[in-house]
Design a protein around this ligand. Structure first.
Ligand SMILES: Nc1ncnc2c1ncn2[C@@H]1O[C@H](COP(=O)(O)OP(=O)(O)OP(=O)(O)O)[C@@H](O)[C@H]1O
Ligand SMILES: [Mg+2]
Length: 249
């Protein structure tokens, strides 16, 4: 294998982030290989959302860098649009456009950002809605859809830009319990198909099933990165074991 082939697709390299005097992220590093799914866990306030927001350039980092396909994105602001295309983000609260139907939500970015024709965008969107099992809801508006359905539209919308990495920030935590699995199933399927994914979630069943690696964060630090197997069969780190114990009981 050449040196280039072994580079991680996404390299988060010793990043620091403060708000005012408060240091939120402390030298955080994570390597994400192509096709890998990494689940990030950790207590509330540990910096998980901030980390994802830095990757997607919704926040700037104070130190360190984030390399995507070997390029330092934060230092090349002109690449911002590229980042937004290559990195899909799914939030807790779906954030669909309420005045657009499901299919229009999915069509919008390909048409406005990529210049895809309305006809082709419509075909693409219907294909993606089929993938997230919502073909029959294509013409519904967000307020006519359940939370689980809205989140699956949001996933389809992110996929419409053909991202190389998907970031999910607690995508199921705003959902009623009976809708959680329909969203996790779609995410797990994408992961199994090789979509590189970075997922913040408390859903340990999903982590066990879909994650290659688990990253445990605490107080702004990446405390450990372990294979999912290691993590669930007794993490090498005491704090991670305690955290998992609390979550599972
Ligand atoms: N815009 C902001 N301004 C100031 N402080 C912020 C801002 N955003 C986040 N913080 C602080 O940064 C810390 C980390 O927040 P973050 O949302 O990243 O944590 P988290 O791990 O995602 O937590 P949760 O599990 O509750 O979502 C918290 O102490 C939070 O109060
Ligand atoms: Mg968060």
């Amino acid at each position: 294998m050449s040196a280039g082939a072994s580079l991680p697709l996404l390299k988060i390299n010793r990043i620091d982030k403060s708000y005012g005097d408060t240091r939120i992220l402390k030298r955080c590093s994570i390597d994400v290989a192509a096709k890998e799914t990494i689940v990030i866990v950790g207590p509330s306030g540990s910096g998980k959302s901030t980390l994802l927001r830095c990757i997607n350039l919704l926040e700037t980092v104070d130190a360190g860098n984030i390399l995507f396909e070997g390029r330092d994105l934060a230092r090349e602001r002109k690449n911002e649009h590229l980042v937004r295309q290559r990195i899909g983000m799914v939030f807790q609260n779906f954030e669909l456009f309420s005045h657009l139907s499901a299919v229009e939500n999915v069509m919008l970015a390909p048409m406005t950002v990529l210049g895809v024709s309305r006809h082709d965008a419509h075909d693409l969107a219907l294909g993606l809605l089929t993938k997230v099992r919502l073909r029959e809801r294509a013409d519904y508006f967000p307020d006519q859809l359940s939370g689980g359905q809205q989140q699956r539209v949001a996933i389809a919308r992110a996929l419409a830009m053909k991202p190389k990495v998907m970031l999910y920030d607690e995508p199921t935590s705003a959902l009623d319990p009976e809708m959680v699995s329909e969203v996790l199933d779609v995410m797990a399927e994408l992961s199994a198909e090789g979509m590189t994914s970075l997922v913040v979630t408390h859903e340990m069943g999903f982590a066990r099933r879909a994650a290659d690696k688990i990253v445990f964060m605490d107080a702004g630090e990446v405390i450990l990165t372990e294979t999912s197997e290691q993590f669930f069969n007794g993490s090498t780190h005491e704090r991670a074991r305690r955290f998992l114990d609390q979550i599972l009981h």
